[in-house]
Design a protein around this ligand. Structure first.
Ligand SMILES: *Cc1c(COP(=O)(O)O)cnc(C)c1O
Length: 598
């Protein structure tokens, strides 16, 4: 791109990337001022043999997010450039004699490859190469395809069935060098959408923050389970992706989410809250789900999984009773036997939820060992599963437990971010917000709200319960207080004593009162992909009351923790901030009454 007005008009079509050539010999050489363009459109600087110093200056001046290298840049050069916090696209010019060996040294230092036609100029020659050569592509790295691509060629790309990540269009869409034909671009983008080519392309992106095949997020995850459980977990691991990808499964899941749960939940622009904090705040209304929180998204998914596996008996563990109620609900719906393990102390503390489970036909079994709370209930549930491996399915309530549970639960909850994307497109003409904020107990509502943004340029904020203060000895802020260990069959961060005994967590909010976090969140914390914040009981309670008064919505105390971030962090006036309102406050009325003396 070269001309400001043309840049803006093209940006309005929301391509994934816009490119600017910083090569003086090119007729498309760009040296002007950049007009404002939507944040979802990433800026790529294109260089041919430029020095590190020149590239760094352009990155700073134009706020470039990627650089495309068209010269003889070495792998060592790319490695140095990586320090400047940009993604690197290394270009290779292809003719009939192309040898894929040349890409190998760049595997670890570049983010993408780009294949262009070998012609007279370093690019923009307007001719295509023989794409059949790409059938021998030996790498897993996503690549861009370039060189003489027009609408006709795009139709061919669809048939090629190659792992192409993005299409780079240039001279065939120009009326003069650097000047794009907007009408033609529009028609072509419409054709790409109609061919459903876009998701095909996008899925080839590097999914740095998603789970690996053997169940790890970075250093965390895995399946650390007693041998007796192995057959059960392995049966699930082998089947969960096949079953969830079946069109029949998806159809039933989506139907139930729509008609039974009440999805899509609204993405509500909170006008008064936005005015108060001088930024654009959207609330994702999971509080409007059937049973009052996001938890039902997961239990619906898992009950369908249990049915596919031919199981007839369902077990679960619950702390505050919310997951127990969501499980009892779907068991009633499907006519399956339901046993919920719950600590003896929790049964006393959470009488209304115990009553709900009973009304829904579940049996609530008391865990009387240890501290008589959630972790003891979990031990009982696992013991039950070991003893009943054939007919029993264990529904876990968050993105915790041995692989594949964290990934499976995250996928079921990912409907939250899928909807956010669509709804933001309607309301803001962009798919990605600037921030997504969610509270973390085990981390399932946060995983669902983050899921489709993990590999996008969206800032993620995970909010933990600081209880009475991080250093008070009464807290549940696992990312700060936890150390690596194994809980619930998964290697993750958890709060533990010097000799590795799990520490009893505390929060005023029963749903955040968990001594660990799921392995995805441990990875997001360690890699700094998400910012972790801790909010005290008092801060959360005030934020909850504030939402009641400003928007007429009584939030769950868990969700109030996410809302409290508004008091702790300053957002820009034009930022789009999405807060996941994980649940409604009905269940917390007594706590609100006691706290505020109502
Ligand atoms: C259970 C619960 C949570 C915490 O669980 P996650 O798995 O971290 O989402 C948060 N909010 C509400 C309303 C809950 O019921």
């Amino acid at each position: 791109m070269k001309y400001p007005e043309n840049i803006q008009e093209t940006a309005k079509l929301l391509p994934d990337y816009l490119g600017f050539i910083f090569y003086e010999k090119s007729p498309r050489f760009f040296n002007g001022e950049l007009p404002e363009i939507p944040k979802s459109v990433q800026k790529v600087g294109v260089f041919v043999g430029a020095s590190l110093y020149e590239i760094r200056n352009k990155i700073r001046k134009y706020d470039l997010e990627l650089v495309q290298l068209h010269g003889n840049e070495t792998p060592e050069f790319c490695a140095l450039l990586k320090h400047h916090n940009v993604e690197i696209i290394k270009v290779f010019l292809v003719d009939e004699n192309f040898d894929f060996e040349v890409i190998r040294p760049y595997e670890t230092v570049c983010d993408y490859f780009l294949f262009d036609t070998k012609g007279q100029n370093p690019g923009g020659n307007g001719t295509a190469f023989n794409w059949e050569i790409l059938k021998n592509y030996p790498s897993q790295k996503p690549f861009f395809l370039s060189g003489g691509i027009g609408l006709e060629e795009i139709k061919m790309i669809k048939q090629l069935n190659l792992p192409i990540y993005a299409i780079d269009v240039n001279s065939k869409f120009e009326t003069a060098p650097g000047l794009k034909n907007i009408k033609l671009l529009k028609t072509t983008i419409a054709a790409i959408v109609q061919m459903s080519l876009r998701p095909v392309l996008k899925k080839n992106k590097t999914m740095k923050y998603n789970i690996t095949e053997n169940g790890f997020y970075g250093n965390f995850g895995g399946a650390f389970i007693p041998e007796m459980l192995y057959p059960n977990v392995e049966e699930l691991r082998q089947n969960y992706l096949n079953y969830t990808n079946e069109p029949g499964f998806q159809a039933e899941f989506q139907q139930l989410l729509k008609d039974y749960v009440g999805r899509p939940t609204p993405l509500y622009f909170a006008e008064h809250l936005s005015a108060k904090y001088n930024t654009k705040i959207y609330l994702k209304r999971e509080d409007l789900c059937h049973t009052g929180a996001h938890k039902i998204n997961n239990t619906i998914g898992q009950i369908l999984m249990a049915k596919r596996l031919g199981k007839t008996r369902i077990i679960a563990e619950t702390g505050a009773g919310q997951h127990g109620v969501a499980t009892a609900t779907v068991c009633a719906l499907m006519g399956l036997e339901c046993i919920v393990y719950m600590g003896e102390i929790d049964i006393k503390r959470q009488a209304p939820n115990v009553a709900r489970m009973k009304m829904l036909g579940a049996e609530v079994r008391s865990a009387t060992s240890g501290s008589k709370t959630l972790k003891d209930a979990t031990n009982e549930a696992i013991r039950d599963w070991i003893n009943n491996p054939i007919d029993t399915y264990y529904i876990i309530g968050s993105v915790v437990g041995p692989h594949p549970y964290p990934d499976m639960v995250a996928r079921f909850q990912s409907v939250i971010s899928a909807e956010i994307k669509q709804q933001l497109m309607e309301k803001e003409a962009r798919e990605n917000p600037d921030y997504v904020i969610a509270c973390v107990g085990g981390g399932s509502n946060a995983a669902g709200a983050f899921y489709h943004f993990l590999n996008e340029k969206v800032k993620l904020i995970a909010v933990e319960a600081a209880g009475k203060g991080i250093d008070s000895g009464e807290s549940a802020a696992t990312s700060v207080l936890g150390k690596i260990g194994i809980i619930h069959g998964s290697k993750t961060l958890l709060m533990q004593s010097e000799d590795g005994q799990i520490t009893e967590p505390y929060s005023i909010s029963a749903g955040l009162d968990y001594p660990g976090i799921g392995p995805l969140h441990a990875h997001l914390f360690e890699s700094k992909r998400a910012e972790f914040m801790a909010v005290t009981d008092d801060e959360a309670m005030q934020a909850g009351l504030n939402l009641c008064k400003t928007e007429g919505i009584i939030p769950a105390i868990e969700s109030s923790h996410a809302l409290a971030v508004l008091d702790q962090k300053k957002f820009d006036k034009n930022d789009v901030v999405v807060i996941n309102l994980s649940g409604r406050g009905d269940k917390d009325l007594n706590t609100y009454i006691d706290y505020f003396g109502l």
